[in-house]
Design a protein around this ligand. Structure first.
Ligand code: ATP
Ligand code: MG
Length: 369
């Protein structure tokens, strides 16, 4: 059967070694794109302002990457629950549940990538590092053929990426130069959209390309100084429009249709930024309310440090109270029990660990609306 959309030198079943280098040779910053850029940028900037107003921004750096990790892993159909993730992030030995472990690896990869930016600018090595943490083994740019993207339901190959390590590395070095704006002068958000397509089209690894690419997007937001921390919950808005994600990526390849892809990326960034902003507001409000309440009801042990422990994650352990220097073990245990009796926390036993669930906080984080 002949595919009606085959154009030029591209065919879904043949390695696309002719994948064009960046920048794309067409007008990219169209009127519609520029208009959307302004909206997305404004939304992202609001996150930074909201973060600046938080008494303890580190809580977001703990929480949001967990949610992001879960959403990004859902694209791969490694479905875990946010609840399992939150718990597992507290348990020393981690988890034996495969899905949760993969998602935790995603968060670790995001941190690793973020840390590596202090040493060197984003490049192919950063991508290898990120992918290795995601997959839990050493990942390098593909040296052998055999990787392709398939639609299993239709038993059809959707795309076959280029083959040959040298070809991949050349295309990646062009991608590097593009993300550092050596090849043009585009809005940083447009650069993110274009470079994400290119990274996925190069598909440097045998697996983990989607997750690695989505982490790179967050890091690019930081390196272009649009975000101060990598805390955009972008994967959520991507999975909500997942079929468009695949469709628009494919249209760039088959029809060089850049505009719908760029607009899609800008819109999902805007949507994610708005969601993240709302969550930060809600967290601030709940924190304030809890603070007032505990100060009044539990003056004996109320302190800002205690509030921080309760908001660090939606779960806490006796150990966390001790480590925050609030009380010795026995007293810490008594305080937490009092909060259980009061109804703020719920006690759960997981293996040998006692976890205290901050009920309202967990509900706030899990609540999608
Ligand atoms: N037509 C396409 N052309 C190029 N890239 C594509 C196309 N369709 C999907 N992709 C990208 O390929 C990724 C899947 O590749 P891979 O399995 O290596 O990544 P992953 O991280 O394991 O999976 P996932 O992204 O599903 O979590 C998708 O997330 C998407 O970014
Ligand atoms: Mg995969």
């Amino acid at each position: 059967m002949k595919r009606h959309f085959i154009i030029m030198n591209w065919n879904a079943d043949t390695p696309y070694n002719d994948l064009p280098l960046l920048p794309p040779k067409q007008e990219l910053e169209t009127k519609a794109v520029l208009k959307q850029c302004v909206k997305s940028r404004t939304a992202v900037e609001r996150i930074n302002q909201a973060v600046d107003h938080l008494p303890n921004p580190s809580l977001l750096i703990n929480i949001l990457p967990l949610l992001e990790a879960k959403a990004s892993s859902e694209i791969e159909n490694i479905v875990t629950t946010s609840d399992a993730m939150f718990r597992s992030s507290l348990l020393e030995k981690g988890t034996s549940d495969f899905a949760t472990k993969e998602a935790m690896n995603y968060r670790e990869a995001l941190y690793e990538g973020f840390r590596s930016m202090q040493q060197r600018p984003l490049n192919t090595m950063t991508a290898e590092l990120i992918c290795s943490v995601i997959k839990g083994c050493d990942m390098h740019v593909r040296a052998i053929p055999g990787t392709n993207l398939r639609n299993e339901q239709l038993a059809q190959t959707i795309y076959t990426p280029p083959v040959g390590e040298n070809i991949l590395r050349d295309k990646l070095s062009n991608w590097e130069r593009f993300i550092h704006q050596e090849l043009g002068d585009l809005d940083p958000l447009v650069v993110i959209a274009i470079s994400h397509y290119q990274f996925e089209a190069i598909h440097p690894f045998t697996d983990g390309n989607g997750r690695t690419g989505r982490i790179l997007n967050l890091l690019q937001l930081v390196s272009s100084e649009l975000l101060s921390q990598p805390i955009l919950y972008h994967s959520r808005s991507i999975i909500r429009r997942k079929s468009e994600y695949y469709q628009f990526l494919n249209r760039v390849t088959s029809h060089e249709q850049w505009e719908p892809w760029i607009l899609y990326m800008l819109e999902t960034i805007e949507e994610a930024a708005e969601w993240t902003f709302r969550k930060i507001q809600e967290i601030r409000e709940l924190r304030h309310k809890t603070k007032v309440e505990l100060r009044e009801k539990f003056p004996r042990f109320y302190s800002t440090e205690f509030i921080d422990v309760l908001f660090h994650q939606p779960y806490c352990r006796i150990q966390d109270v001790v480590e925050a220097g609030i009380a010795k073990r026995q007293a810490a245990s008594v305080y937490l029990k009092e909060l259980v009796n009061y109804g703020l926390l719920a006690e759960e036993k997981i293996g040998r660990e006692k976890l205290f669930v901050h009920k309202q906080y967990l509900a706030l984080l899990l609540n999608e609306s």
